[in-house]
Write a protein that binds this ligand. Structure first.
Ligand code: IPE
Ligand code: IPE
Ligand code: MG
Length: 237
């Protein structure tokens, strides 16, 4: 009966959208281009989508740029992804004028020293921005993040009986941020690939066959419309 259908009166934005930017390689293959070209197109698309999220007033966006598992790829591809990441960082000051606050999540200690320096500069330069909070996950793995959190908790000397869910939440890279309420994965894969596994406990998911470089603002709008149709219960009735 119609009364059971959720009536959409006003579109609400999720508070925190997390995107798995997947499908760059297949996008390139479809065009008979090297995978490198797919990563370059994916990087450009990331900038467009981040700007769009800022424009519509989204509070938090977390993008998956490179996972702890992606080191398994051929060295040439990894080097190329890092090169594209460095180019983005060198250009990142552009973001500052747009009032986007940038933060990197993941284990940066193993990245090249110049990349680490640029990451810090980018975070420092945008620290006072009040628009979109953009997390870029680089050498990020959800399990690795939890191990890192547990080490910090043990190091702090806290009594085991005092450890709560909040203790762990506060020790993650995303400490102080709301959990993602909407996780988007283009590229036709239906998995998390070790992304935000603690934080996503009650997220809504949206999957699509679109390959990341083809994922446009209109697709994000469609996803947000679908989010608005979800009935989130959090274990209640
Ligand atoms: C995502 O695209 C980018 C990274 C994982 C760095 P892929 O490179 O995984 O693209 P597909 O999945 O091979 O198409
Ligand atoms: C997830 O994509 C990681 C990023 C998008 C950075 P992958 O392409 O690495 O994931 P799998 O291997 O298909 O699970
Ligand atoms: Mg992939």
């Amino acid at each position: 009966m119609a009364i059971f259908k959720k009536k959409i009166t006003e579109r609400v934005l999720p508070t925190h959208i997390a995107i798995i930017m997947d499908g760059n390689g297949r996008w390139a293959k479809k065009r008979s281009l090297p995978r490198t070209a797919g990563h370059a197109a994916g990087s450009k698309n990331f900038k467009d989508i981040a700007r769009y999220c800022n424009k519509i007033g989204l509070k938090y966006l977390t993008v998956y740029a490179f996972s702890t598992e992606n080191w398994k790829r051929p060295k040439e591809e990894v080097d190329n992804i890092m090169k594209i990441f460095k180019e983005y960082l060198e250009d990142a000051k552009n973001f500052k004028d747009e009032n986007i606050q940038v933060q990197f999540i993941g284990d940066r200690s193993v990245l090249d020293a110049d990349i680490q320096r640029l990451m810090k500069e980018s975070e420092d330069a945008s620290a006072d921005a009040t628009g979109l909070h953009l997390n870029i996950a680089i050498n990020y793995g959800g399990r690795d993040e939890i191990v890192h959190a547990v080490k910090n908790i043990v190091d702090s000397g806290v009594d085991a009986n005092d450890i709560t869910e909040q203790t762990i939440t506060d020790s993650l890279y995303t400490a102080g941020q709301p959990d993602p309420d909407f996780i988007i994965r283009p590229s036709g894969e239906y998995r998390l690939s070790n992304y935000l596994i603690w934080q996503s406990a009650y997220a809504e998911y949206w999957f699509s066959d679109i390959l990341w470089p083809d994922f446009k603002p209109k697709d994000l709008d469609r996803a947000i419309d679908d989010f608005n149709k979800r009935n989130r219960r959090f274990g209640g009735v």
